[in-house]
Design a protein around this ligand. Structure first.
Ligand code: NAD
Length: 360
């Protein structure tokens, strides 16, 4: 069977790692018609927006996309296309498996964690009030009247909302994932001791949902303690489910445990749409140099093959990637003992080595 998948190459190092990944996926033998759609700063002149409707239409039609990173201008310019995509397509779950591969230099071994981050609400909903604006002053007055507490007049305000519906949805996602993938435990991460009406609600709903899954163990951790425990005894944890902000921070912490962004894959998943992308960004300083590590996007593509139920191809592709990393010869600079190691190969040569291994 042939699949049609939307391919967004992205910008910065995106096009190089997307091309390397596409070649490796094609070499698995799974037939994919790649529908290439561009987004980001490079298309603004042509379409007047960094996220043209044709990109969204293509993903809505195909239900599956592989996406390279997209740069978000700092300060001026448009808001993040990455965040807009998640909101437009209601990709409510961010799934980030963090697993150590032999040969990747890291202080930890045998890490095998799954981070499930709520993607739609919390402090990332974009409900913000700028310091000094009339509406901000009005809100400060309303809060004083309704709550009895007065914020300093020179405050900026970001609203944190956590709902029963979105929490139930993300916690069910985490338990369903655990069940489908032979995982043993889900841990809800929160700060319910301080934020009783948001994180407290998250914990209460998570505990309620956990009762629907008696075959999977459940516990919870306060987020600061969780950070310490992940560094001290990560082996105690399995699947973590978190609200948006903590999920963002802890997924980078977990990427650090497994050796960094070059090997950290991810997916943003909604009810019937899934967009697979690396955790890392567009690393602009390396753009066009055929230098960065394509593994994070390749492992995201492995997740995509699993999602398409092409389990055998996914396993073959992951094994070939793992073997090339373990051998340590045809790997990019970041996987060598020293970043300036002259034996490091480029992005596309690493893809060649993985294809050769898979087809051997
Ligand atoms: P980044 O992840 O692009 O790069 C940080 C550093 O990590 C790089 O300088 C490099 O040293 C290393 N790195 C990243 N990817 C690597 C790889 N594949 N191989 C080897 N080393 C790698 O983070 P940043 O510099 O904070 O962000 C750059 C841009 O990317 C920003 O505009 C940001 O908004 C955007 N971004 C996009 C996404 C996305 O598309 N989902 C995610 C994060 C950041």
């Amino acid at each position: 069977m042939a699949y049609t998948v939307t391919l967004i190459p992205g910008d910065g190092v995106g096009p190089e790692i997307a091309e390397a990944t596409r070649r490796v996926v094609d070499a698995t033998g799974v037939k994919i018609n790649w529908e290439v759609e561009n987004a980001g700063a490079d298309v603004v002149a042509e379409y007047g927006t960094p996220l043209p409707d044709r990109v969204l239409d293509s993903i809505r039609k195909n239900k599956v996309a592989l996406k390279g990173p997209l740069t978000t201008p700092v300060g001026r310019g448009f808001r993040s296309v990455n965040v807009a995509l998640r909101q437009e397509l209601d990709l409510y779950a961010c799934l980030r498996p963090c697993k150590t591969y032999k040969g990747v230099r890291t202080r930890f071994s045998d890490i095998d964690l799954i981070v499930v981050r709520e993607n739609s609400e919390d402090l990332y909903a974009g409900i913000e009030f700028q310091e000094g604006k009339p509406e901000t002053r009005e809100l400060i007055e309303d809060i004083a009247r309704l709550n009895g507490k007065r914020l300093p007049a020179d405050s900026g305000i970001s609203i944190k909302g956590i709902s029963i519906g979105a929490t139930r949805q993300i916690v069910r996602f985490a338990f369903d994932y655990a069940r489908a993938n032979g995982r043993k435990k889900v841990t809800a991460v929160h700060k319910a001791n301080i934020m009783k009406f948001t994180d407290g609600l998250f914990l209460a709903v998570a505990t309620e949902v956990a009762a629907e899954y008696p075959d999977i163990a459940f516990d919870d951790r306060i987020v600061d303690n969780m950070c310490m425990q992940l560094v001290q005894k990560p082996e105690l944890y399995d699947v973590l489910v978190l609200p948006n902000l903590y999920g963002d921070i802890l997924s980078d912490l977990c990427a650090g445990l497994i050796g960094g962004l070059g090997v950290a894959p991810g997916a943003n998943i909604g009810k019937d749409i899934a967009v697979f992308e690396a955790t890392h960004g567009s690393a602009p300083k390396y753009a066009g140099l055929n230098k960065v590590n394509p593994v994070a996007l390749m492992l995201s593509a492995v997740m995509m093959l699993q999602h398409l139920n092409e389990r055998d191809a996914a396993r073959r592709m992951e094994t070939a990637i793992a073997e090339v990393i373990a051998e340590g010869k045809d790997v990019t600079y970041d996987l060598k003992p020293y970043p300036d190691d002259p034996t490091a190969v480029g992005t596309s040569q690493m893809a060649d080595a993985i294809i050769a291994r898979m087809c051997a």
